[in-house]
Design a protein around this ligand. Structure first.
Ligand code: AHR
Length: 626
């Protein structure tokens, strides 16, 4: 193989490798969003879903938060041996850690009423179920928020939260909440620290939210509406989650969106992890069923959808004197979020989509020429190809086109050169959802990650046309998944980075600033002898980086010649990072998180030539500093 160091090609966009977030697999509520109480506002259609009630408990509906009107009234049980209270089961239980603090908060009213707040194990044979207990006095005729910190003396993955009324009177409770104190950046209404850390550690260039299909919803009423997800968290209305009944074999009737993790939090998270925010908005079509007339928003009704897009730009970028800029400032972020990209529509097909997108484009181009618009090429799956929307996207002159592919190994192996012949003058590519779904192996395993690594050499080589790429989906709860494979798995206490995660991380950490021509027998390396390869130059680090995926079952001798260097130029600090597994079907698990991780070692060149052997089924990265 030959790397031409004196011919740096296309610039690699800082956005190139990023993250796709969707509330699927309990990715938000029960996952990234650190709230531990399920149905905290009693707004699930079955109002006590997630709760066990006992004694004298009444459901009320004239609470202090207009969009979440339900609350509970705890009254005197009428007998000294009877008790009144409520108990929450959390999301697959409540995970608590020894020595950690948990902020219990509740909106309440009552006159000098005593509550006992407990962390319990209700499946224990021990004499006492409660392992942490605090008293809380409610003494306000008006609604007021109360707070107490619980400290867990032990680690329990499946605790419950129990609240007893200890005094003889009446108390009203609303928005019953429990968060770890130690959230990401210790924010209230915060995010789970280990999960954000995993995102941060990728160094992602772009963060796409809030999905996926949930952008579109199951019907118009349940589409994602960003305006409902900002402002006081207590007053963000509940929405159904499009994923709670999609797959009958993984059916979760208690999966809803509280919007506690909403657009403000998504923008803030993007900022925290150093990624460009990329919100996707509904284009007036509903997920997957759009051919039915009742699943389309008529063109005459589209104005409010377009207004949502304009208002979102104001929310993100407007100064504090603008109405939506003020909402952002009041939420604690007076500085703009500096939004640059906006996606309209997720997976649409047929003429209905370009028809609607056109309206958005016309208005947005006039009002906000600075915003880059992301359109969509439609979904792709075996047997179907919706690429025909590309010409429409070109006509509309969108800036980027979002392509999705969840395909088997054979597809990934055949698509290493997918972008070599894409039109350089049209919109750029956002490979917005992809993952290798192994044939007959629809779960995370090393070989799938290797296929992705091979395919990504083609993304990198074509950095002039591919500007963004995001693996999907991002998160999955081990007890609550509907879709796999996924990038990061977690239970109530732990999380694990998969082989696919490490592939994404290796690319993102070594993305470089410019593509370098890399050839084998004068051709791009895209499948010859099962090898896929790409090379980049990083002008800041003055480093050359070469990625090679050997997808074959044979060890491959590789002689890598760096041409175009001066005689005295030294390739120093050589390192080699390997990702490989003795078992192709294996991956890391929550119980065993470090079975397959990148291994780094030093490597030396002979002058300007690296002679190496790439082991079978291996992804390897070489880096040298000039
Ligand atoms: O990533 C899971 C789903 O796959 C997304 O919601 C959707 O866009 C695609 O069909």
């Amino acid at each position: 193989m030959v790397v031409q160091t004196n011919k740096p090609g296309a610039e690699i966009q800082p956005t190139m490798y990023g993250l796709f977030f969707e509330d699927i697999n309990y990715g938000a509520d029960g996952g990234l969003y650190a709230e531990l109480v399920k149905n905290r506002s009693f707004e699930f259609p079955q109002r006590f879903m997630g709760w066990t009630i006992f004694g004298n408990v009444t459901l009320m509906d004239d609470g202090p938060f207009e969009r979440n009107p339900h609350y509970v009234r705890l009254g005197n049980s009428g007998h000294r041996e009877k008790h009144t209270g409520i108990e929450n089961e959390g999301f697959f239980g409540i995970g608590v850690k020894e020595g950690a603090g948990y902020r219990f908060s509740v909106w309440a009213r009552g006159e000098n009423q005593k509550l006992r707040i407990e962390l319990i194990r209700n499946d224990t044979m021990e004499e006492r179920q409660a392992f942490e207990s605090k008293e809380l006095t409610v003494n306000s005729k008006e609604w007021k928020q109360y707070e107490v910190i619980l400290k867990s003396p032990r680690t329990e993955p499946k605790a419950h939260l129990r609240i007893f009324l200890e005094s003889p009177g009446t108390v009203d409770l609303e928005h019953v909440s429990l968060f770890p104190v130690d959230t990401w950046k210790e924010r209230k209404n915060g995010l789970r620290k280990d999960l954000v850390q995993a995102l941060y550690d990728i160094k992602p260039g772009v963060f796409r939210f809030p999905g996926g299909c949930i952008v579109e919803g199951t019907d118009e009423a349940t589409r994602y509406e960003w305006k409902k997800t900002v402002g006081a968290v207590e007053n963000r209305p509940l929405n159904e989650n499009r994923w709670h009944y999609t797959f009958k074999h993984r059916f979760f009737p208690d999966y809803f969106q509280t919007y506690g993790l909403g657009f403000f939090e998504y923008f803030q998270l993007s900022e925290d992890i150093g990624a460009e925010p990329l919100p996707i908005l509904n284009c007036g079509l509903i997920c997957q069923y759009q051919n039915a007339p009742d699943q389309q928003v008529s063109l005459s009704k589209l104005d409010s959808y377009i207004q949502d897009a304009l208002d979102l730009i104001e929310f993100a970028n407007g100064d504090v004197t603008t109405p939506w800029g003020k909402v952002r400032a009041d939420m604690g972020h007076p500085a703009p979020f500096n939004l640059k990209f906006l996606g309209i529509g997720n997976e649409q097909w047929g003429p209905e989509y370009p028809e609607r997108l056109k309206r958005f484009v016309e208005v947005l181009r006039k009002a906000h020429p600075e915003i880059k618009i992301v359109g969509s090429s439609g979904p792709q799956s075996e047997g179907k190809d919706f690429d025909y929307l590309w010409p429409e996207m070109k006509n509309l002159k969108v800036d980027l086109v979002d392509e999705h592919f969840y395909r088997p190994e054979s597809w990934f192996l055949s698509q290493g050169n997918r972008y070599d012949h894409y039109d350089r003058k049209g919109p750029k590519v956002f490979a917005g959802e992809y993952a290798c779904h192994g044939k007959g192996k629809k779960w995370n395993h090393f070989n799938a990650a290797l296929m992705e690594a091979a395919f990504m050499t083609g993304l990198e080589r074509n950095a002039d046309v591919v500007h963004m790429a995001t693996y999907a989906p991002l998160f999955a709860h081990v007890e609550g998944w509907q879709w796999r494979p996924d990038l990061i798995w977690f239970d109530n206490l732990n999380s694990v980075r998969t082989c696919s995660y490490y592939v994404q991380q290796l690319y993102a950490h070594h993305k470089g600033t410019h593509v370098l021509p890399l050839t084998m027998d004068k051709k791009a390396v895209s499948g010859q002898d099962g090898l896929f390869a790409s090379a980049v130059w990083d002008k800041h680090e003055q480093a050359y980086m070469v990625k090679i995926a050997n997808t074959s079952d044979q060890a491959q001798p590789v002689s890598l010649t760096f041409t175009g260097l001066k005689k005295n130029d030294i390739l120093a600090d050589g390192k080699c990072i390997l990702l490989q597994s003795d078992d192709l079907d294996k991956d890391n698990t929550v119980g065993n998180p470090e079975v397959i991780t990148p291994k780094e070692s030093a490597v030396a060149v002979d002058g300007h030539v690296l002679n190496a052997t790439v082991a079978p089924r291996t992804f390897v990265l070489y880096k040298f500093v000039k």
